[in-house]
Design a protein around this ligand. Structure first.
Ligand SMILES: Nc1ncnc2c1ncn2[C@@H]1O[C@H](COP(=O)(O)OP(=O)(O)OP(=O)(O)O)[C@@H](O)[C@H]1O
Length: 255
């Protein structure tokens, strides 16, 4: 069961002046799915996510949530690479930002902090936390609003390798429990394979590859199929793929 939001992009186009950044993207993401978006720097990943989050205006086409176009769709939360915590608020109050209009925001915020393993730090200031802990607080802030769609824009990009792996486990565990729709922009192909049901590769503003990932969870790099999938994606990213490797039939044999 999922309470996630269904996303539909129809011929989604974005231009910044003469620069056409998204060139007519068509994509359906069913409710509850975990989708990763990968692609070279500047290919339009964040712009796509920001349009879905209504942080950016589209130029043309449609960006629909549960079939409708609505700017203030509730239940959408975004997490960025920077934690964006407010230094003058306690950890608990930072988690409560955005849900403070709800009468009983404290129990919700505490529960979310508990889910990310930081309940005992509720009354501290953000500056005493490590980078990884701050990102956990940012995740708790997104979760306290009980999201139906969680948009993650390279949220682990600034973390060290070990903390990053821990956070990936946490992000997967929370999504498996709560089954919101999740959209992750990442530069890390292994991270995409670890977390996503499906990987979308954007190339120069176009959807270049739509790859289902059918490996059992939890996923480990020791699985040879993981490595094969990683190789396919890296070859695409490096532009070294030959015609054959893009054929869906051959991909199906690997995943
Ligand atoms: N507000 C803006 N005004 C003008 N151009 C913009 C703006 N935002 C993004 N762009 C341009 O749109 C293109 C895509 O940017 P975007 O941030 O979506 O790429 P990205 O794939 O997320 O890149 P990265 O992986 O480096 O974060 C880039 O050429 C960028 O310069």
């Amino acid at each position: 069961m999922t309470n996630g939001i269904n996303i539909e992009l129809v011929n989604l186009t974005k231009r910044f002046g003469k620069n056409e950044v998204l060139k007519g993207i068509n994509l359906i993401i069913p409710a509850g799915q975990f989708v990763a978006i990968v692609g070279k720097s500047g290919c339009g990943k964040s712009t796509l996510l920001r349009i879905i989050a209504n942080l950016e205006q589209k130029t043309d086409g449609e960006s629909l949530k549960d079939g409708i176009q609505q700017e203030d769709f509730s239940g959408v939360r975004v997490m960025f690479q920077e934690d964006r915590l407010l230094p003058w608020l306690s950890v608990l109050e930072n988690v409560g930002v955005g849900t403070k209009l709800i009468k009983n925001w404290q129990p919700l915020a505490l529960k979310a902090l508990d889910q990310v393993g930081l309940k005992d730090r509720a009354n501290e200031w953000p500056h005493v936390l490590s980078g990884g802990q701050k990102q956990r607080v940012a995740l708790a802030r997104a979760l306290s609003a009980k999201p139906r769609l969680l948009l993650l824009d390279e949220p682990l990009g600034a973390l060290d390798a070990l903390t990053r792996l821990e956070m990936q486990n946490l992000i997967e565990e929370l999504w498996l429990n709560q089954k919101y729709t999740s959209l992750l922009v990442t530069h890390d192909v292994a991270e995409a394979i670890t977390l996503a049901d499906r990987i979308i590769l954007i190339e120069d503003g176009n959807l270049a590859l739509d790859l289902p990932v059918k490996l059992p969870r939890p996923r480990t790099r020791s699985n040879p199929k993981f490595a094969e999938l990683e190789e396919i994606l890296l070859q695409h990213l490096l532009g070294q793929q030959n015609e054959k490797s893009t054929k869906p039939k051959e991909l199906q044999a690997i995943i």
